[in-house]
Write a protein that binds this ligand. Structure first.
Ligand SMILES: *Cc1c(COP(=O)(O)O)cnc(C)c1O
Length: 415
């Protein structure tokens, strides 16, 4: 008889999520998650929680789009729903300037590939109808780049990542939206790392017809709860005409459980799939937190603390190449060049969860998701500079610490 192995109970330590995401789940979210009772996906309070979440999400995203709801899963789940209306042979232009926009490009090539193109290269199809416009790592996609590509290719769809988390670069959303409007293209935006971090309203970008984000970055909820998505009536009308090849991520069908039926708000949702009372309770609390602190208030706080972190690592000899406010992407001082992975691994081994870049060139990424206070930023700087010093960087930690303290004192004085 084969021996049955029961492993010891799984223990996972608490670490500092100082990377591009997932961020530090808010304690209030964890508390709601753990306090939800056992209830099925058609229980009245679960359905009410979903309807309330839908309404709060519209407020946070700044939209009157009826089709605004959460897709169970993470960012890629929301993006899969977003890209679901792209059918084989559809003409698409996608802008790629890092790891995540690169995967968006792959997703679109998979969806737009013909059966023959997919069979020829199943994991990396070369779809003739998809144009990938590549922008070098560390640079932003500009309005001019988008304008030129849409003028040349006249696609049905255009896709761009708002904040490219791979390289820490902000792309020109205004330019993208304007170009989509000018060429009558339906714009699709990966807003996975910008929602809840930057102060913007999606309805101010009329060239964009679909948006997708994630639970665990700016929204500070748990991964595998809900990825926010929003679709204009134009997107939905197009989808009604063409259909799409998914049940679970179908934007019209999935919206039903959130009480969006026949394009209108219903009192409560109807069955689409099983939802989790825990996930609904956590997501609902995360949205409450964002609204209580306000999107504008959080955006201001991110900008302030990112500037403090950027100043400190620059003073320590690093070169920052990013411009996102939730993430610093940097090159190490010359003396440590080539030792990025070693440094990241040393930090991670101590529960300080920073990240390397996932595609070339190798850089270090330090994030501050839901770490918006002086104590947290000081801890990050101390650990990071300490790790560089252990590798022989010889940085004057005291001077860096004093400089950081001065910035915070000046901010307090200015209040
Ligand atoms: C994190 C991220 C994703 C992927 O999200 P998951 O939650 O890992 O599925 C996609 N796009 C961007 C821009 C991201 O930052």
């Amino acid at each position: 008889m084969a021996e049955v192995i029961v492993f010891p109970q799984l223990e996972i330590p608490d670490t500092i999520a100082a990377g591009p995401g997932p961020g530090n789940t808010d304690p209030r979210v964890l508390q709601r998650f753990a306090s939800a009772g056992m209830a099925d996906h058609m229980q009245a309070d679960v359905l009410r929680g979903m309807v309330e979440s839908k309404l709060m999400l519209r407020e946070i995203m700044g939209t009157a789009n009826v089709h605004t709801f959460g897709v169970a899963g993470t960012g890629w789940s929301g993006l899969d729903c977003l890209f679901s209306a792209v059918l084989p042979g559809d003409k698409v232009v996608v802008f790629v300037n890092g790891t995540f926009s690169g995967i968006d490009g792959l997703t679109l090539r998979m969806k737009a590939a013909t059966a023959e193109e997919l069979a020829a290269s199943p994991l990396d199809p070369k779809a003739a109808s998809v144009t990938v416009v590549s922008v070098p790592h560390g640079q932003s996609v500009t309005g001019e780049i988008v304008q030129a590509a849409l003028a040349k290719h006249q696609p049905k769809w255009a896709a761009m990542t708002h904040w490219e988390t791979g390289s820490g670069r902000i792309n020109d959303l205004r330019g993208f939206s304007d170009a989509c409007q000018a060429y009558d293209v339906m714009g699709l935006i990966d807003a996975v790392s910008s929602l809840g971090v930057e102060d913007f309203r999606i309805d101010d970008y009329p060239g964009v017809d679909g948006w997708a984000s994630c639970p665990q970055k700016g929204i500070c909820c748990l991964p595998l709860t809900y990825a926010p998505v929003s679709f204009t009536d134009r997107y939905i009308q197009n989808l009604r005409r063409t259909g799409c090849r998914t049940f679970v991520h179908h934007p019209i069908l999935e919206a039903r459980h959130w009480g969006i039926i026949d394009g209108k708000d219903a009192e409560k949702g109807v069955y689409h799939r099983t939802h989790s009372a825990y996930a609904v309770a956590a997501f609902h609390e995360a949205l409450r937190i964002t609204l209580q602190q306000t999107v504008a208030g959080r955006a201001k706080s991110y900008a302030f603390h990112e500037a403090a972190l950027r100043d400190a690592v620059t003073a320590a000899g690093c070169k920052v190449t990013s411009n996102m406010t939730s993430l610093v992407v940097l090159n190490l001082p010359d003396s440590l060049k080539g030792r990025e992975m070693e440094l990241v691994q040393a930090c991670r081994a101590k529960g300080f969860g920073i990240w390397p870049t996932l595609s070339e060139p190798v850089q270090v990424r330090i994030g501050i998701l839901n770490l918006l206070n002086q104590r947290a930023i000081t801890d990050i700087v101390t650990r990071f500079v300490g790790a560089m010093n252990e590798m022989g960087a010889g940085i004057d930690m005291k001077q860096i610490g004093e400089r950081l303290e001065e910035q915070y004192q000046a901010a307090v004085a200015a209040e």
